[in-house]
Design a protein around this ligand. Structure first.
Ligand SMILES: Nc1nc2c(ncn2[C@@H]2O[C@H](COP(=O)(O)OP(=O)(O)OP(=O)(O)O)[C@@H](O)[C@H]2O)c(=O)[nH]1
Ligand SMILES: [Mg+2]
Length: 372
């Protein structure tokens, strides 16, 4: 994929926000081994109904596409099906939006049956509403006036097929969910026999080091890699940290800005594990200049999942990029977070300050217990 990126700088948005969003989009293109050849940002409050950006900008864009020999144009915001069609005609290139791109990444990464089904569901749910517009357009092309043209009939058949498939996937996911629940129940029963336990979910923006932290804390070898969305499945692993307390850690899929709602819906089953957690470790990349925005993004998605009430520890990871010895990180707290959220700095890769993290988990758990 040789891509040009297009973003719109809207009212009430700072320039750096618009830039950050388009830079993240560039990361997503690279995640499908694509190359970014150019970026274009337009200041605009209301999208053009047929081309999203203004007609003049489309001409600039066209020149950019021809000049760079790009084959794809990726828009940072959701496009309507008719906008995609119109833009493809004018630009002579494939046109996609952020959702299409994220779905593409997830499709490539999905390995387990569950992940594959979830991604397919998200894809179908993304496609379904788009079929409505397309049917009408096809009919007009075929010269149908009023009533139902041939294009609409074709779209209707496709819609029925999609709906059937969606139904079937949901049923199968429901089965998997049930099995997971039973598994969880069994696990909890086992663990509770052994004494006190606490369930901790590791959550955060993609590529911050959640899986690395999981591995460092439990020894469980989960897939970790320097790429967006390395993890699509949740894994749970436990460890007796203290003789009187066992901690069950769960690693989860990473979040991004403007995560398509279809995906949030599809991944709800996977994230059910988080729903039952007593505590969330919200992992942050301490070396990332955009860390604060990313915290807000993650909290926004947690809210959509009804998880904003779960207690959090903010774990600033990758501190080895900021200081040169573990001692320097030991008693560090983030000045902006003091008194707001319990927080600390760690290096999952070098195993710095993990004892302190475990202590914090225990203390929080004990204080919760005391409260009743
Ligand atoms: N320098 C440094 N790098 C780290 C640290 N922890 C993780 N990394 C690196 O960050 C990258 C991402 O790590 P992962 O553990 O896969 O991140 P993740 O949050 O699970 O990512 P997704 O599953 O894709 O959302 C890898 O290249 C890790 O080696 C750390 O403490 N210090
Ligand atoms: Mg991961």
């Amino acid at each position: 994929m040789r891509a040009i990126l297009v973003g719109v700088h809207k009212k009430g948005e700072t320039k750096s926000e618009a830039l950050a969003s388009i830079n993240e989009l560039a990361g997503l293109v690279e995640a499908v081994d694509g190359k970014v050849l150019g970026k274009l940002i337009q200041k605009r409050d209301v999208p053009d109904p047929s081309t999203y950006i203004g007609k003049g900008k489309v001409q600039d864009l066209n020149l950019l596409v021809q000049g760079t020999k790009a084959d794809t144009v990726v828009f940072d915001d959701p496009l309507t099906p008719s906008q995609v069609k119109e833009l493809e005609k004018r630009l002579n290139a494939r046109v996609m939006d952020r959702t299409d791109l994220v779905l593409e990444i997830f499709t490539r990464r999905a390995k387990t049956r569950e992940a594959k089904l979830q991604v397919e569901l998200a894809r179908l749910q993304h496609e379904l509403p788009r079929l409505y517009g397309r049917g009408k357009a096809l009919s007009r092309q075929a010269g149908g006036i009023g009533g139902r043209g041939p294009g609409e009939q074709e779209a209707e058949i496709r819609r029925r097929i999609l709906k059937k498939r969606i139904h079937k996937i949901k049923e199968e996911l429901e089965e998997i969910k049930k099995r997971r629940r039973e598994q969880r129940k069994r696990r909890i029963k086992e663990v509770s026999k052994e004494g006190n336990f606490v369930r901790v979910a590791i959550v955060g923006y993609t590529n911050v080091g959640k899986s690395t932290l999981m591995k460092a804390l439990t020894g469980r070898d989960v897939f970790k890699k320097d790429m967006l969305f390395a993890t699509l499945d949740t894994t749970t692993s436990s460890r007796f940290v203290y003789p009187d307390l066992k901690i069950l850690f769960t690693d989860t899929v990473g979040f991004i800005n403007k995560l398509p709602t279809e995906l949030i819906e599809a991944f709800k089953a996977t994230l059910e594990e988080v729903q039952e957690a007593d505590l969330i470790l919200h992992v942050v990349d301490a070396s990332d200049p955009k860390w604060l925005e990313k915290i807000e993004t993650v909290n926004g998605i947690l809210k959509k999942l009804d998880l904003e009430g779960v207690r959090q520890i903010l774990v600033f990871n990758k501190v080895d990029r900021l200081v040169s010895s573990p001692e320097e990180a030991e008693h560090l707290e983030h000045p902006m977070m003091v008194g707001k959220v319990p927080n600390l700095f760690v290096s999952a890769e070098r195993k710095w300050n993990l004892d302190r993290l475990l202590e914090m988990i225990r203390d929080l758990h004990l204080s919760e217990k005391e409260k009743g």
